[in-house]
Ligand binder design. Structure first.
Ligand code: AMP
Ligand code: MG
Length: 326
């Protein structure tokens, strides 16, 4: 059941409580309704991907109430600061290097070293973010492949039962996704056009904003091009029907017996009781820990293809592909 919360102080208080308990709350912004979760909590973030039914992890925009909160998460160069000053609060997302002491979890960043940040102007979103006191990850509140919702009714039509609550605000004023600008490596790159135009950006920057080159992997336009994802330095492969060799690091899922698992030097189980949300939440930290174990190889046992399993397999397939290039 999805609870309908009025966009008043009682409704916002309840929404804050739900977000801080790791639940999903859809809320209005000036662009589209967002499917919100605590961006510092990887299990909560995993629920976003599960609810949207997306077959891959893409980086999520972390919403914060003001520039000061944004600067606690990302490193702003002069260009990023100028754009933030000119357009926040408003329909602009800035992708900047993530701070090492930032709180947005790796799953929300899809394993990237950058973080996408936005300060929305919608008063309900503002009140919610201020009271939550944590960055809120929020892609559009629709199922994957459906159009973005601009009313609470659109959200319910798509996600009734999949989201814990929806804050019923007004229809979105802009109704178009935010403009996304990457400010990394001393350039400003237009990653996604939106209601803030190229000309308006150039006015503030005093120079044209660059377009991502077709082969520019640092400036992703679509998630499929995000080659900068974290890739382990240790060679990785699927275990398949093989027996685990001596000293291997092994990533497992569920409780099915694995031949030779006693030979492994280290084993991480993404979810012993077969919970895909738990598995998604643990994925990046498990990969890092297995990579740090110093084994010759990381072997990955079978993961079910259903639900979030598809996105987890997609991520592991990319890691395996990248590791074989080393
Ligand atoms: P949306 O679909 O509106 O939630 O926007 C998500 C898009 O923002 C992603 O597909 C990326 O293009 C961009 N984005 C968000 N966070 C990042 C990040 N950390 N690094 C690169 N791009 C990002
Ligand atoms: Mg969308």
């Amino acid at each position: 059941m999805t609870r309908r919360l009025a966009a008043n102080s009682a409704g916002i208080t309840e929404a804050v409580h739900l977000l801080r308990s790791g639940r999903l709350v859809a809320f209005p912004t000036e662009t589209v309704y967002g499917l919100g979760a605590d961006a510092t909590d990887s299990a909560a973030t995993a629920r976003i991907y599960a609810a949207k039914g997306r077959p891959a992890f893409n980086p999520l925009i972390a919403h914060v109430p003001d520039v000061a909160a944004a600067e606690r998460e990302g490193l702003f160069d002069a260009r990023a600061r100028a754009l933030a000053t000119a357009f926040w609060p408003g329909p602009l997302t800035l992708v900047v290097p993530a701070r090492s002491d930032g709180t947005v979890c790796e799953l929300a960043r899809a394993g990237l070293a950058s973080v996408g940040l936005r300060v929305p102007s919608d008063p309900v979103a503002q009140a919610l973010l201020r009271a939550t006191g944590r960055p809120v990850a929020a892609p559009s509140a629709n199922r994957s492949g459906h159009v973005s919702p601009t009313t609470a009714a659109h959200v319910l039509a798509d996600l009734e039962g999949a989201v814990d609550a929806v804050l019923e605000g007004d229809a979105c004023a802009v109704g178009l996704e935010s403009t996304i600008v990457g400010c990394i490596d001393g350039r400003a790159v237009l990653l996604r056009p939106g209601s803030i135009t190229r000309a308006a950006l150039a006015d503030v920057l005093g120079e044209a904003v660059a377009s991502p080159a077709a082969d520019d992997h640092a400036a992703p336009q679509s998630p499929g091009r995000l080659l900068a994802h974290y890739a382990p330095a240790t060679p990785m492969r699927w275990l398949g029907a093989d027996t685990v060799p001596h000293g291997a690091a092994v990533l497992t899922y569920g409780s099915a017996p694995i031949p030779g698992l006693e030979h492994a030097s280290v084993v991480h189980n993404l979810s012993a009781n077969g919970n895909l949300v738990e598995a998604a939440a643990k994925l990046y930290s498990s990969l890092r820990q297995l990579d740090a174990a110093g084994a010759d190889v990381i072997l990955v046992s079978e993961i079910p293809k259903s639900g979030l399993g598809e996105a987890i397999i997609d991520r592991l397939t990319r890691a395996i592909g990248a590791s074989s290039l080393i």
